[in-house]
Design a protein around this ligand. Sequence first.
Ligand SMILES: Cc1cc2nc3c(=O)[nH]c(=O)nc-3n(C[C@H](O)[C@H](O)[C@H](O)COP(=O)(O)OP(=O)(O)OC[C@H]3O[C@@H](n4cnc5c(N)ncnc54)[C@H](O)[C@@H]3O)c2cc1C
Length: 522
Amino acid sequence: MNRAEQIQRLGKTTKWDVLVIGGGATGLGVAIDAANRGFKTLLVEKHDFAKGTSSRSTKLVHGGVRYLAQGHVDLVKEALRERGLLAKNAAHLVKNQSFIIPNYRFIDKIMYRVGLSIYEKYAGKLSLGKTKSIDKEETLKKLPNLVAKKLKNGVVYKDGQFDDSRLAINMAQTAIEQGACVVNYAKVSNLLKDNEGNLSGAEITDETNGKTFEIESKAIINATGVFTNEIMQMDKKTYRDFVVPSQGIHLVLDKEFLQSNEAIMIPKTSDGRVLFAVPWHDKVVVGTTDVLVEKAELEPKPLQDEVDFILKTAGLYMEKKPTRKDVKSVFAGLRPLAAPKKEGKRTKEVSRSHKIIVSSTGLITITGGKWTTYRQMAEDTLSKAIKLRKLDKRECKTRHLSIHGNIPKEQVDMANPLYVYGSDITAIQNLQLEKPEYAEKIHPDYNYTTAEVIWAMRNEMALTLEDVLARRIRLLFLDARAAIECAPKVAIIMAKELNHDDQWIKHQVNNFTKLAETYLLV
Ligand SMILES: Cc1cc2nc3c(=O)[nH]c(=O)nc-3n(C[C@H](O)[C@H](O)[C@H](O)COP(=O)(O)OP(=O)(O)OC[C@H]3O[C@@H](n4cnc5c(N)ncnc54)[C@H](O)[C@@H]3O)c2cc1C
């Protein structure tokens, strides 16, 4: 996955079948499907792949227990099917995760046991394992840091867990392998129309040098998440806001706050949401919240109240209670909610079932959904595009399409620090053998090596220090202070590989440090 090659292809090709705007889960899924069906496909992402919401999820591949409780059976069934398919198509990244609901009232055991058994039944052949009840002793044995006072028992169920931005990078590689042209740091800066006012193409700006390209495309797919309004208004100035952003944050803590490989699921917090504490790369991710915010931003900022809420709620269930100084990293993500049609009306979630909107000029907007359901969202979007945009009728074949890096489940060795690379592990190990300095760690407390930094630049289109430390290696999300500490070292490695000067190193370290400080609480 080489950016120079992709840009060259973009420069040489003016006519495309499908243009996808946005390189998050949704856009990347559409690009894979379109290319796999044999359409000439171009995807552009204005920043880096998964820079938006798609690197800021709770890291669950799940049906959504909450939606079952709300009676959205079809949505849950769809997500459970997609969970099962993804566990097979990206086995190197999707882990079978055990969750425990701790019950402090006897009645809850029956309710959750029954509810979760139905949840698992809906997964059919793609079930990840049976739901069971465990007594108080076993619950505490599995979760030693759980508050024991008044605990009655626990319910154990299975769901999927993954690394979101790593999957996004592997999806970009898959799209390219299927024949798509995929470029990060390339923005749709304008939409172009024919004489009848129908959408015919777009102007794309290479954000690294300001160069612009005009391209034509039979179908244009707007997959820009909380930036949906911007593209819709580029199409028609008269569009009202279609989505408003709602923020959810997560705190990352040391494993001592869980002391377990099992995750905790709290079905109902004081704000009526679900709270998860999920093991992730030797840390624990705790979240999330749901707060309307003014603006769609690529780098949303956690609010004091959100942080306090999570610390307080987690503290109700954890014997050793987390405080601000225990937070290794805090990150915020934005979900698109349906804007009210009239002012004063309540905002409603663009239900997690996705929505496809077609404008009178032909712009196809896909929004909502979940990471888990990206493949089905892509299938539905392409089917719509084929129907409306003079594309040849070709069937979707992504159900059993492997994502780059996929290896058989039995071969995944989670004890190997390189396990997230799947079928690329050997190539990275070869880099470590090639030069002794490539085997060096980038930070003494973490297993990440120089080879992974080199790999990210050569094969995963990483251009900046942030691309490497936030979305190829997840250090910014796991331990922001450690990320700041190793930034100068990683910048020097990158400058050598990419032929950049000292000024570049200084600029990158400054920018990254400023950003990473916003992931710290103290
Ligand atoms: C707090 C939180 C927790 C979540 N947890 C889970 C979970 O555990 N499991 C799950 O399944 N789902 C989860 N979700 C949902 C999931 O993360 C989202 O559904 C998914 O990431 C949305 O992806 P997207 O591609 O639509 O949006 P994004 O990832 O935001 O991608 C949109 C992209 O469009 C780009 N873009 C914008 N304008 C332009 C332009 N003009 N030109 C080019 N590119 C442009 C942006 O830079 C951005 O990268 C969670 C969501 C939130 C907010």
